[in-house]
Design a protein around this ligand. Structure first.
Ligand code: CMX
Length: 440
């Protein structure tokens, strides 16, 4: 861990000095105009956050420290027999800002392996919940129970210099990330496999071990987990899970408190829960149509029925993206390579041909194309992971890599408490009448 910390410290010190100079010279420059619609409609398009780990382009999709998903699939280190990137490599890239070598990734893997022991009281907290509790609730309860381990909270209570905040945050992030696969797998085996738990395999990589502890030792499934954990990790800073983690962290809440808060946002159906909703929607369609291979006409009919019931078509649309999500495309490539004849996967592809023109014809949807969640469930079902309520937990394990590396950077750069201004409609009306302006 010492080498990583030293590399991070050097990067962070020079980045913080650079930002200080930048603000000294350009701090008063306008970075955009905020309209009343933006104030009322979810702050779309307002640039108001710095997130160093990744940047989303509406037309191009996500880039992690400048690298697109196809580039990461090519350049990040892999296992000896694998062809998908190891998510540890992406974590290193987001944290240090440079592509890792094989040796760097092995180092991250072994640091995570060494810190992966989960104390028993975490399992006790999960066990205290009724079995029908949603897996995402079990997961955040598990994360909150683990908060007893926070180095940051202990160091803060003892009186720490603010210059040092990043260091226990760094340690907390590694410990938390190391333990998440065990917590996720524990929930999976408890809820769906009669509590028949599987011990970690200390020789496996982070994602491979998650697959193993869940009970999936197929090479294809492990590869899927490596790809899945890589592509779901980060999507710049404004999405609900990343923004919430950052916001809560800005109050100097530690990694556990901040990440659990973010994951409660991920558990919403317009965000990460959409992956469960997609498969639920397809299963319900298959049941209603009494076929596993619905035609394009049947799908179109079902989509219209969904829309006329006032529901969204899950897995389609995005607040920022305006094209097919490259994370959808990466999963489609995986499907073509590993399971080209799978009926459910083919249905996902047929839905992809059918849904965008229908959504486009409504005239109000800004992005009719599929997002990451439109594809993921079908690949999981192929390997036998049919319990779709669990899918968002996998998203959450992956998202830890992005939001926690960002949180380390937040503390290293000394980002302050987040506190945007809000207004009342009454105040807006007075302002429109030219009577009063209370916000300047
Ligand atoms: N199906 C039906 N209607 C949709 C739609 C969809 N897939 N996507 C957007 N719309 C509707 C919106 O509900 C909104 O309707 P109203 O004006 O009646 O309120 C209108 O189209 C305009 O919305 P928008 O500006 O295009 O989209 P937003 O930025 O407001 O919302 C998102 C983005 C993702 C919440 C939305 O597209 C959606 O609900 N998609 C389905 C859920 C989903 O897949 N979420 C996962 C996103 C990725 C992730 O975070 O994991």
């Amino acid at each position: 861990m010492g080498i990583l910390k030293d590399r991070f410290k050097a990067k962070a010190e020079s980045a913080a000095a650079g930002i200080k100079d930048l603000l000294k010279e350009h701090g008063n420059k306008k970075i955009g105009e905020v309209t009343l619609s933006q104030v009322y409609q979810g702050m779309r398009g307002i640039t108001g956050l710095v997130t160093e780990t990744s940047l989303l382009d509406a037309q191009e999709g996500i880039r992690f420290r400048g690298y697109s998903i196809p580039e990461l699939r090519e350049k990040l280190p892999k296992t000896e027999k694998g062809s998908e990137p190891l998510p540890e490599g992406l974590f290193y890239l987001m944290l240090i800002g440079e592509l890792p070598t094989d040796e760097d990734v092995n180092h991250v893997t072994s640091v995570l392996q060494r810190r992966s022991h989960v104390p028993n009281h975490v399992f006790d907290a999960i066990d205290a919940l009724p079995l029908n509790t949603h897996p995402m609730t079990m997961y955040t309860v598990g994360v909150m129970a683990l908060q007893t381990e926070s180095y940051f909270s202990k160091a803060y209570a003892e009186g720490m210099n603010k210059k040092d905040y990043w260091e226990p945050t760094f340690d907390d992030a590694f410990v938390l990330i190391a333990r998440l696969p065990r917590i996720a797998a524990y929930i999976y085996r408890k809820k769906y496999k009669n509590g028949d738990h599987i011990h970690p395999n200390g020789l496996l990589d982070w994602a491979g071990n998650l697959a193993h502890m869940m009970g999936f030792d197929d090479h294809g499934f492990r590869e899927l987990m490596r790809l899945y954990m890589t592509i779901h990790a980060d999507h710049e800073g404004g999405n609900v899970s990343a923004h919430t983690t950052h916001l809560v962290g800005s109050a100097l809440s530690d990694c556990y408190l901040s990440y659990a808060a973010g994951m409660n946002g991920l558990a919403g159906p317009l965000h990460g829960l959409a992956n469960q909703e997609v498969i639920k929607w397809i299963f319900e369609m298959q049941e209603e149509l009494k076929t596993e291979e619905p035609s394009s006409e049947q799908i179109a009919e079902y989509v219209r029925k969904t829309l006329s019931a006032g529901k969204v078509v899950p897995g389609y649309g995005h607040a920022v993206l305006r094209k097919t999500d490259p994370r959808f495309e990466a999963q489609m490539e995986f499907g073509k390579k590993h399971m080209p004849d799978d009926k459910l996967v083919n249905t996902v592809w047929k839905i992809y041909e059918t849904v965008p023109p229908i959504l486009q014809s409504l005239g109000k949807i800004k992005n009719p194309w599929p997002n990451v969640d439109a594809h993921s469930g079908a690949l999981l079902v192929h390997y036998g992971l049919v319990e779709y309520e669990f899918y968002t937990v996998l998203f959450a394990v992956s998202r830890a890599l992005g939001v926690l590396s960002s949180l380390i950077w937040d503390r290293a750069l000394g980002f302050p408490l987040e506190r945007p201004k809000s207004v009342t409609t009454e105040a807006v009306k007075l302002w429109l009448e030219g009577k009063e302006q209370i916000w300047e």
